[in-house]
Write a protein that binds this ligand. Structure first.
Ligand code: FE2
Length: 430
């Protein structure tokens, strides 16, 4: 007998009346209109069955620290940085683990089953690295967690308690301990040239170890911050095509169009992907402007049109920099769609892909998708297509991991008491 049969599903590509047959946690088949006895049958009721959401850019060491030791009163980046500095000496292993696990609970409830988190390695104790390695081990049955060694204060700029710039040693140690991806922050190094040196050093470290790279790159409004060019060049030089990602890339918003006309093809050639973080980019960038105020998000539709893989990341949830968020990647896609003015039909669908299959590709997830042979990981959404899912930030009716329901939410239905009108509304169209 079939372990799990999901029937009457709509898929992201528009196929309808689809049945998904699951055995031993794997999709055995995806066929139209099939029915048969199964140990468990779920009638999707014509709703969208999507592969799980994937967040390609997050900071799990800081998440849910809102209010510790105080809230960010001004809501500015500067107060956020000061706050993180106040909090860092008081972090404990147990508190880091507990907050991260609590966030993973939220993520699962929202159908977010894979997260790439940057972890601050500018700490002689490497406390956050140890804590998140423990979290990675504990959540493995239900969530794929990737750790990026992130030198928050700069690989050459940060000094240890003896005044020495030993961040590269800590980064290497974090990788030895089991972190997955090499991070960086070239625009935060002391000079442009030290930023470029850091890109080369870190890419070489990753190439030597056969690891992927994901750098906070050019997260600034300065149009002359051009570390993405060095990152793309090093990717090509080291033969790392398809394994390197530039996160944020907000300077591209402000760059000269002629320069970008040369840069984007270089990124495409190098197989470098991009992650924009719309909730954070729209709140943090353009803060030095009066009016007009720049939006600051990187050139998402132009990169996509050139064939560069672009994902949307959440970046922050209830931490020193951002007081909001809930692990809802549809909220992220919704904001990205608006900031990038991606209101065309294909563009809106691309925003859904930017929080599902594209970040899955960037993370290198295997067996991801609603296809025969893939892992039986799905989200049943209270929406009939990806555009409706983004519009309503659709309820995750059921979240399934390896063929087992691990989260469920009641449909979003309101009761109304109006003469001559229906008794309920569910915000679906037609
Ligand atoms: Fe970030």
């Amino acid at each position: 007998m079939i372990d799990l049969l999901i029937k009457n599903a709509v898929l992201v590509d528009g196929r309808r009346d689809i049945s998904i047959i699951v055995n031993r946690g794997v999709i055995d088949d995806v066929i139209t209109g099939f029915d048969a006895p199964a140990a468990q049958t779920i009638d999707a009721g014509g709703m969208l069955v999507s592969p799980p959401f994937v967040d390609a850019h997050f900071h799990m060491d800081a998440t849910l620290s809102y209010g510790l030791p105080r809230v960010n009163e001004s809501g500015t980046l500067l107060e956020g940085i000061a706050l993180w500095g106040e909090l860092k000496p008081h972090l404990t292993f147990d508190a880091l683990v507990e907050r991260a696990l609590a966030y993973c609970d939220w993520a699962v409830a929202k159908g977010l089953l894979a997260i790439r988190t940057h972890v601050d390695i500018c700490d002689e104790r490497l406390l956050a690295v140890d804590a998140l390695l423990e979290v990675k081990r504990r959540v493995k049955p239900y969530l794929d967690l990737q750790l990026v060694t992130f030198p928050q204060d700069g690989i050459g700029r940060w000094k240890d308690s003896t005044g020495k710039p030993t961040a590269i040693n800590l980064l290497r140690l974090a990788l030895d301990k089991g972190a997955d991806v090499v991070g960086g922050i070239p625009h935060f190094e002391r000079t442009m040239s030290e930023g470029a040196t850091s890109v080369k050093l870190l890419c070489e470290e990753a190439a030597k170890r056969g690891l992927r790279v994901d750098m906070h790159c050019d997260e600034t409004d300065d149009p002359m911050s051009r570390h993405i060019e060095t990152l793309a060049f090093e990717t090509q030089r080291l033969g790392m095509q398809g394994r390197v990602n530039g996160s944020h890339l907000t300077s591209m918003h402000s760059m000269d169009n002629y320069y970008v006309s040369k840069l984007i093809p270089l990124m495409r050639e190098s197989g470098v992907s991009a992650v924009a973080n719309p909730l954070i980019n729209i709140t943090i960038q353009g803060r030095h402007d009066t009016y007009p105020k720049r939006r600051g998000m990187t050139r998402v539709p132009e990169l996509m049109a050139a064939g560069v893989d672009v994902a949307f990341g959440h970046d922050c949830v209830m931490d020193p920099w951002y007081s909001l968020g809930s692990g809802d990647m549809l909220e992220v896609a919704h904001m990205g769609l608006h900031v990038a003015q991606m209101t065309g039909q294909a563009a809106m669908r691309a925003c859904f892909d930017a929080v599902t299959k594209i970040p899955a590709k960037i993370l290198g997830l295997e067996d991801y998708g609603v296809e025969k042979g893939c892992n039986a990981d799905f989200v049943i959404l209270q929406a009939r297509d990806p555009i409706e899912a983004i519009r309503t930030r659709a309820t995750r009716l059921k979240v399934i991991r390896r063929g087992r329901v691990i989260a469920a939410t009641a449909p979003n239905t309101a009761t109304i008491s109006l003469s001559g009108r229906p008794a309920t509304v569910d915000f679906l169209h037609g």
